[in-house]
Design a protein around this ligand. Sequence first.
Ligand SMILES: Cc1cc2nc3c(=O)[nH]c(=O)nc-3n(C[C@H](O)[C@H](O)[C@H](O)COP(=O)(O)OP(=O)(O)OC[C@H]3O[C@@H](n4cnc5c(N)ncnc54)[C@H](O)[C@@H]3O)c2cc1C
Length: 429
Amino acid sequence: MHVVIVGNGVAGFTAALRLRELDPACRITMISGESTYPYSRPALMYVFMGHMRYQETKPFEDRVWAEQRIELVRAWVTRIDTEGKRLELHEGQPLSYDKLLLATGSQPSLYGWPGQDLPGVQGLYSLMDLHALYQNVQGAKHAVIVGGGLIGIELAEMLHSQGVHVTFLVREDAYWSNVLPAEESAMVTRLIREAGIDLRLSSELAEIHAGPDGRAAAVTTKAGERIECQLVGLTAGVSPNTQLCQGTPIEAGRGILVDAHLQTKVPDVYAAGDCAEIVTEGEGKNLLQQVWYTGKLQGECVAKTLAGQATRYDAGLWYNSAKFLDLEYQTYGLVHAQPQAVETHGWWEHASGRLGLRVVAMDGAVTGFNAMGLRLRHRTCERWILERRSPGYVLEHLAEAGFDPEFTRRYEPEVVATLAAQLGVEATV
Ligand SMILES: Cc1cc2nc3c(=O)[nH]c(=O)nc-3n(C[C@H](O)[C@H](O)[C@H](O)COP(=O)(O)OP(=O)(O)OC[C@H]3O[C@@H](n4cnc5c(N)ncnc54)[C@H](O)[C@@H]3O)c2cc1C
């Protein structure tokens, strides 16, 4: 059996390695147009800022792939022939497959802004973007970044670290307010401004203008303001990369449509990671998961099915972590940006405005946590949510979830008292 994987991101490479473990005999080929060897996409910013070398972003040494008999092909797949089970590549011979896994990731969302294709305008997703940034930052004094999610703040930090003045245009009236509750959003907003980044809220890009040399030289906002700049970063979100489905019977909605086994309706074609949209049975919304750890989970799961052990994907409990400048953020379970009527939220924030903890409860059980500037133990938080522990129990045992004994010693009584009052429970430590 020849299994071909398109994409060598976390979903693709996890699937390849797991499949090799489960099926020592099958032939595995992994194709990517971006790089021969897998690397860690979230580490792109650290390479740019000089904190890591590219070589260090590779999750495995180059020799591993040959040792595991996983053939690596550096090429862009241009067409899938599902009848003939063949892939056409931008150069070289077509490749036949018995089973195909699409792990093509995401692509940056662009909204047809006038000037979006000018030199000096770019996104931040791939190694190609990293190389473009090395070029575009040369001589740049002022950059404008459009779109206030996690990638936007990373690009702002990267440019700011190189002494480029950054104006950050965010359409919403608070940073990442569709994901973060008001207090967390206000905390990050403050930190961005304190760092010297010119954050403009409720501000939308209208047009990017070229200078006499044909490169981006200014933007105008929908409010009519003109901002001179030499670099424009477009980071208004990403969407699943479904390009290869065009002209094939592989169905795509927002992502490549797959069932709970991560299988499309076309025999022997699967999808996993950022590109997959998992169709949920019943009334629930289809599942799109576009973070590193879910790519890994989906890669693991689809490998089992590819190896003949049909396995349903279990999305488990939601978890995500990120860094806003130097502020760590972790979220576990369900934490809605707008508290739901059935939920009770407790929020504690330190006077410094750099530490915060949110506990969410529903029907007498804790359902979510947000930690800002402090780190919680993944296993403990997950277990409490799955065991439906009461807010009182969680507050009384809060120290078990903390990594930092100094934090616990200094703040635990204050944190617990504040959260207990808001959650309407009694808890003493
Ligand atoms: C700058 C940045 C920072 C991030 N930081 C975090 C973070 O801190 N935490 C977190 O959880 N997530 C983070 N993410 C998201 C995370 O990187 C993605 O969720 C994850 O990489 C998705 O993995 P994947 O395997 O599905 O796809 P990808 O990593 O996107 O890999 C897909 C691969 O397929 C290749 N490909 C696509 N089409 C073709 C084709 N036609 N032919 C050949 N090859 C093709 C692409 O070139 C790419 O190499 C970040 C993303 C970015 C861009």
